[in-house]
Structure formats: C-alpha cells, structure tokens
Design a protein around this ligand. Structure first.
Ligand code: AKG
Ligand code: FE2
Length: 211
C-alpha cells in the first residue's frame, strides 16, 4: 500500500489526513457511542470556577476532570471508568508508527478522552499537561471537519498553524511539541460524509498518564 502523505506541522507534531478508513471510523464511532452511555455517561465537564465546557466528554482507562486523572468519575456518577481496551493500545501504536514513520517503541496509552462536538462546541487553547508522562498524544477525528489550531509551548497565541481536521484524520503531537497549546476554534457543521450516520464531530485523544 502507498503510505499516506504526512505533514509535520511543528517538530514532533504530524498530521496524517485520512488515516482511518471508513470501516475503522465506524468501529471507533460504535465503541465511543457505547462508552458514552456508561458506566460513566458522557457529560459537559464543569470547570473549577463554574464554567462548563461546550464539548461533551467521556473517558476510558482513567477519568479526567480538571485538572487530574482518577479511576472513578467522582464529578459525574462515582463509577469506575471503562477499561482501556487492548485493541485501542494497538490502534495507538499503529497511529504513532504511521505518524512518525518509525517503530512504535512500545507506546502504551492508558487513557482516552472522547469529545463530542455539536455545531456550537469549541475548545479554547490549552496544553494537555495533567499527564505525568511526556509520551505523545494520539488524536483521531470522526464526523464533521473542524478548524484545529496548533500552537507553541510558550503562549496561547501566535505562532500557530491552523489545520482542517477531517473525518479519519490522525494528528500526533510528541517530542518538542508534546506540551504545545492547541484548540478547536470551530466545527464545520454538516461536513461529515453521510455513510457515518452521525451529526457533529467526535475526537479521541489517547495519552499515557504516567500514573
Ligand atoms: O478535538 C480535538 O481535536 C482536540 C481535543 C483536545 O485537545 C483535548 O481533548 O485535549
Ligand atoms: Fe488537548
């Protein structure tokens, strides 16, 4: 098979358009839909100062709440989160190898944050920094396209690169870009292909908590 084109957006930050074929997108979508209904239901995360995130989130492996990971979802229903499945470790390894064009080095993600975006949802510029590991973050997108903004490690502002992430796209950020600010300023409603049978956008980020 021809390797897919890869674009290095910043050192250690790589975009691989169309990495997941339709069947694998549908499988991942089905798994995420199941997780969204339990053991911990998908919900809008409440921030410490009372703000409510516009995306809806459910976690696997470890539960993230601002700004830490726990095994039980104490800010939702107290239930223990679903196990991080072995097939998703394999998927994470394949993703890493594809993005970096090298062996996966035994990459073992142990948590995934699954975010559902409706037409209005967005995510402000932030760092993924509640993990105690500098292992890369693997991001997979399904459904509507979005504007993804990938910045720098020093500030929320410029320089940054704006990328359109489409259904099936892979984005990996590690190495010197692992703690770069990034966000989703906009979703493009109705851009998902009809064969997915979904509205909105789904994003899965796999991480190594180091816990
Ligand atoms: O939705 C995305 O593409 C990014 C999600 C993200 O940055 C996060 O969950 O921390
Ligand atoms: Fe993030």
């Amino acid at each position: 098979m021809m390797p897919l084109p890869r674009r290095e957006v910043a050192p250690g930050a790589v975009h691989v358009p169309g990495w997941l074929d339709l069947d694998r997108q549908l499988d991942l979508l089905a798994a995420c839909r199941a997780w969204a209904s339990g053991p911990v239901p998908v919900r809008h995360t409440v921030l410490p100062r009372g703000g409510v995130m516009s995306v809806q989130t459910v976690c696997v492996g470890w539960h993230w709440q601002p700004y830490r990971y726990t095994r039980t979802a104490d800010d939702v229903n107290g239930a223990r989160v679903a196990e991080f499945p072995a097939w998703m470790v394999t998927l994470g390894r394949e993703a890493l190898a594809a993005a970096y064009d090298r062996p996966d080095d035994g990459y073992t993600p142990d948590t995934a944050l699954i975010n559902f975006y409706d037409d209005q949802a967005r995510m402000g510029m932030h760092q993924d920094k509640d993990e105690r590991s500098a292992a890369p973050v693997v991001s997979l997108s399904i459904g509507d396209a979005c504007l993804f903004r990938f910045g720098n490690t020093g500030t929320r502002g410029r320089p940054y690169t704006d990328i359109r992430l489409e259904s099936g796209d892979l984005f990996v950020f590690g190495g010197p870009s692992r703690f770069a600010y990034h966000g989703v300023p906009k979703v493009y409603p109705g851009t998902a292909g009809p064969s997915l049978g979904m509205k909105g956008r789904l994003n899965v980020t796999m991480r190594v908590t180091g816990l």
